[in-house]
Design a protein around this ligand. Structure first.
Ligand code: NAD
Ligand code: IPM
Ligand code: MN
Length: 330
């Protein structure tokens, strides 16, 4: 089996270095190939997402991605990660969010956010007129059906109890209304209970009563925003993993970005990268190895060893080494 590793920009390479070390220890038979993308890649090669990187992804069973920096001014810029999600039809963005150890986070939370990953506000179809700009926002029955089926299957296989469809159908009556209708049809006959709620209320509800939420299925931009919010409640962006999935391929990445404010200082928290790697191992059929890595991270955190974002003083490398060492003995 081959895995493509794409470190990217900023803290991407710092946290992926640590995660790759765990990968080599836990799955020594995996072939690891490296690919380039992002702003650094552009400044060296003149391309944000070289064809060779796309080829590498197509020739791999899964990918581990760090983060990239988006240029602020670039007229025809297309985000490489959005391009990969679209080109490879990675339609489901799975973002499980929970406190990685007791005492970490602002609230006790354990939610699984299932984010539609191909359309909504992310069509990229912006038309510039003289005095205004219009965006094509797409909500298709097809995309709603497959993301709702994915949320139902995920909830059922994880032994969850409830799926909440999060939308804004009080304003976006036809588009989000379609999503809501499809959701209830998809949930018919499920062992899980189904409910729906407005996204603004859920943004507040996550803060006041996070334990009320279980699985959340939602459209692209809502999922982007709610997953950062949920991550902040659970311990910060440094701890939140994600998977971009279809039935054939998975690209695994921390929810966080390239964090230019701390990049190069060696202090980034690699927890999200480790937990994304654990999800990748499970996706590749290495369930025991995935569980080992997750347990190692949780144990190291529970014993009080932490990076600065979690109130500790360890560097990325120091924390990473403890986790890798724990993987060897667990
Ligand atoms: P960010 O997630 O990079 O950082 C937000 C805050 O969280 C910063 O204060 C940062 O220091 C902190 N943080 C993030 N990850 C951390 C970690 N592992 N350990 C400790 N602290 C961490 O978001 P931003 O600053 O809004 O965006 C920076 C750049 O990243 C932008 O160019 C943005 O477009 C890009 N971005 C990329 C991705 C991706 O590649 N998937 C995701 C989000 C943002
Ligand atoms: C994420 C990121 C991306 C998104 C950006 C970098 C395009 O914020 O993965 O959450 O908006 O999906
Ligand atoms: Mn985001």
């Amino acid at each position: 089996m081959r895995v493509a590793v794409l470190p990217g920009d900023g803290i991407g390479p710092e946290v992926i270095d640590a995660a790759e070390e765990a990968l080599r220890v836990l799955a020594p038979d995996l072939e690891i190939v490296h690919g380039e993308l992002g702003l650094d890649c552009y400044s060296r090669l003149g391309e944000y997402l070289p064809d060779e990187t796309m080829t590498l992804l197509k020739e791999s069973q899964a990918a581990l991605f760090g983060a990239i920096t988006s240029p602020i001014v670039a007229n025809d810029y297309q985000s490489p990660i959005l391009t990969i999600r679209k080109k490879m039809d990675l339609y489901a963005n799975l973002r499980p969010v929970r406190n990685p150890a007791p005492g970490i986070g602002l609230k006790d939370i354990d939610v699984v956010i299932v984010r539609e990953n191909t359309e909504g506000m992310y069509t990229g179809e912006e038309t510039v007129y003289k005095e205004h700009v219009e965006l094509a926002r797409r909500v298709s029955r097809y995309a709603c059906e497959r993301i709702c089926a994915f949320a139902r299957n995920t909830g059922e296989s994880m032994g969850r109890k409830k799926v909440s469809c999060v939308h804004k159908a009080n304003v976006l009556r036809k588009s989000d209304g379609l999503f809501r209708d499809v959701f209830y049809t998809s949930m018919a006959g499920s062992t899980l209970s189904a409910e729906d709620a407005l996204v603004d209320a859920v943004a507040a509800g996550l803060v006041t009563s996070p334990q009320f939420y279980d699985v959340i299925v939602t459209l692209n931009l809502y999922g982007d925003i709610l997953s950062d919010e949920a991550a902040a409640l659970a311990g910060g962006l440094g701890i939140a993993p994600s998977a971009n999935l279809n039935e054939r391929f998975g690209l695994f990445e921390p929810v966080h970005g390239s964090a230019p404010d701390i990049a190069g200082k060696g202090i980034a928290n690699p927890t999200a990268a480790f937990l994304s790697t654990a999800m990748m191992l499970e996706f590749l059929g290495m369930k025991a190895e995935g569980t080992k890595l997750r347990s190692a991270v949780e144990e190291v955190l529970a014993s009080g060893n932490r990076t600065r974002d979690l109130g500790g003083s360890l560097s990325t490398k120091e924390f990473g080494r403890l986790v890798v060492k724990r993987c060897l003995t667990i």
